[in-house]
Design a protein around this ligand. Structure first.
Ligand SMILES: NC(=O)c1ccc[n+]([C@@H]2O[C@H](COP(=O)([O-])OP(=O)(O)OC[C@H]3O[C@@H](n4cnc5c(N)ncnc54)[C@H](O)[C@@H]3O)[C@@H](O)[C@H]2O)c1
Length: 316
């Protein structure tokens, strides 16, 4: 394929919760055709742009019959590495893997070991969708427009989901609250800071809740701290991040659940991100993510190398 505008043939692997968002966003791209869908379990047929693409139980079987430009892997986290290997070795497609890219550092090494033959570093992309959310991009643009505010010096990111109510599925599909949301926090925060390490992880309730502190560079010689809290012990989802730019006494409050944000300078609200209340939160994440993936120069936040750096912090 020479142009991402001329036509993109997609194969979707995994037809669970997040696949619905992928398919809804992809159906809005006129150049996208869904060639096949894969799920190991019986699922309702997928309707895509008024057609019903063929279904397979195994990605290997789908790749015998189709030559996709993009394979999307939206299956439980501990299946990503093996399915990425199958997609890389059985096709020439770009492979968009849901976050986190793989379930541990040994799986990361195995994936890397497929290079140079498989082109892992240039063909694997990771759906770090939080980094594309409107409030995150708004805050990054705002900070870039105000160099006088100085750097981000402190961060508090607190992410809750009500997943203990369905603990068996949540642990099987997502690993733990830290694996599920820590990867969103770390990848999203690369819009603002460069992490150099983190403290040990304090987990409770079998991994349903966790916290740690991330360390990042502030200028050339000092470091800042990020308090990272993830928890499934909640009655509803609520995800917030506060960025402190202490040199200018400025705070930026991101409400990732409401998809909005405010900037506060010395106790006065100086700017805000409005929301038209029309675009669902995840659609607002994945639409710009796919626009970037289908461009000639995808955002480095989607890259294998960014994902590898994030995983070193996630699983250290
Ligand atoms: N649910 C969300 O809101 C969300 C958001 C962003 C990212 N993610 C990530 O997406 C991934 C999937 O999450 P989900 O919530 O959609 O899970 P899910 O359990 O709802 O769906 C996963 C689907 O994959 C299928 N599957 C499992 N193994 C397979 C295999 N080997 N081959 C083909 N199909 C297989 C299952 O039958 C199921 O239909 C996870 O890595 C998660 O971290 C989820």
């Amino acid at each position: 394929m020479t142009s991402w505008d001329a036509g993109v043939v997609v194969g979707m692997v995994g037809l669970g919760t997040i696949a619905e968002t992928h398919l809804a966003v992809l159906s809005d791209f006129p150049q996208v055709r869904l060639a096949f869908a894969v799920d190991r379990d019986p699922r309702a047929d997928v309707t895509f742009k008024d057609g019903v693409p063929p279904r397979y139980e195994r990605l290997e079987d789908a790749l015998v019959h189709h030559q996709p430009d993009v394979v999307v892997i939206a299956t439980p986290t501990d299946t990503h590495a093996e399915l990425a290997r199958v997609a890389l070795t059985g096709s020439t497609a770009r492979v968009l893997v849901e976050k986190p890219m793989v379930h541990d550092l040994a799986a990361l090494d195995e994936l890397r070991s497929l290079d140079p033959a498989a082109g892992v570093a240039s063909r694997v992309f990771v759906a770090h969708h939080f980094a594309f959310s409107p409030e995150v991009r708004w805050a990054a643009d705002l900070i870039a427009a105000h160099p006088g505010w100085g750097p981000v010096t402190r961060i508090a990111a607190v992410f809750h989901d009500p997943y203990v109510g369905d603990a068996d599925h949540s642990f099987a599909a997502y690993g733990s609250s830290w694996i599920d949301s820590g990867v969103n926090q770390l990848s999203m925060l690369t819009r603002f800071v460069e992490f150099t390490g983190r403290s040990s992880l304090h987990e409770s309730n079998g991994g349903a809740s966790a916290w740690c502190t991330g360390v990042f560079l502030v200028g050339e010689s000092t470091t800042g701290m990020a308090l990272l809290r993830t928890s499934w012990e909640a009655v509803a989802s609520s995800k917030r991040t506060t960025l402190y730019l202490d040199d200018a006494d400025t705070e930026i409050w991101l409400d990732h659940t409401a998809v909005t944000a405010v900037a506060i300078h010395r106790g006065t609200l100086i700017d805000h991100l409005p929301n038209d209340a029309h675009t669902p939160r995840k659609i607002a994440h994945y639409r710009p993510l796919y626009e970037s993936l289908f461009s000639t120069t995808p955002d480095p936040i989607l890259s294998f190398s960014t994902a590898a750096g994030v995983l070193q912090l996630l699983y250290r």
